[in-house]
Design a protein around this ligand. Structure first.
Ligand SMILES: [Mg+2]
Length: 181
């Protein structure tokens, strides 16, 4: 295991710098662990950044401030070359609580993440729903986020993941559900 950090960008602004532990890495992808209470840096404009119109963001972006990862720890799977990551969430008692599929692009050895807003929440029984569809649609066509063609690719990536969810295929086959970050 080794320690590293991920840097999450959104709308052309660096929003979060998060220390993580690399649990394992091979040609298929990289598994990261993020412990609850981890000290990190993130912008804190007082409400979710997605809710603040892009034109109201300050020139140069909001400053990064010290913060912590609230709640329980998570695992993050970054499949190589894919346009998404999968996060494992756990309850306070340490039981598996569900998967969160974050649609994103990555570069620099998967350390730099550009968030694409649209997400999928997956219950342990593999029922699922899109998240943040309205906000995703509202940003489509803004050059600082994504154009219509890229939006279609982002949703298509999500639909590919849905096929894995519905099939109960890796990584939605129980893999790592018993691990505790
Ligand atoms: Mg997202």
């Amino acid at each position: 295991m080794s320690d590293t950090e991920i840097r999450i960008w959104f709308g052309g602004m660096l929003c979060q710098v998060i220390p993580v532990r690399v649990v394992e890495e091979d040609e298929n992808g990289r598994l990261l662990a993020l412990a609850g209470g981890t000290r990190l840096k993130r912008v804190n404009p007082g409400r979710p950044i997605r809710e603040i119109p892009r034109d109201e963001w300050p020139e140069g972006g909001y400053p990064l401030v010290d913060d912590v990862w609230f709640g329980n720890g998570i695992l993050m799977w970054q499949p190589k070359g894919a346009g998404h990551a999968v996060w494992w969430f756990y309850t306070d008692a340490g039981d598996f609580a569900g998967w969160y599929v974050n649609l994103e692009t990555r570069s620099e050895g998967d350390a730099v993440i550009v968030d694409k807003e649209l997400d999928i929440w997956v219950e342990p029984d593999r029922s699922w729903e899109w998240k943040d569809e309205e906000s995703f649609a509202a940003k489509t066509g803004d050059v600082r986020f994504w154009d219509a063609a890229e939006a279609a690719e982002i949703r298509a990536e999500g639909e590919r993941v849905v096929k894995l969810i519905e099939a109960g295929a890796f990584p939605f086959d129980g893999t790592w559900c018993g691990l505790r970050p």
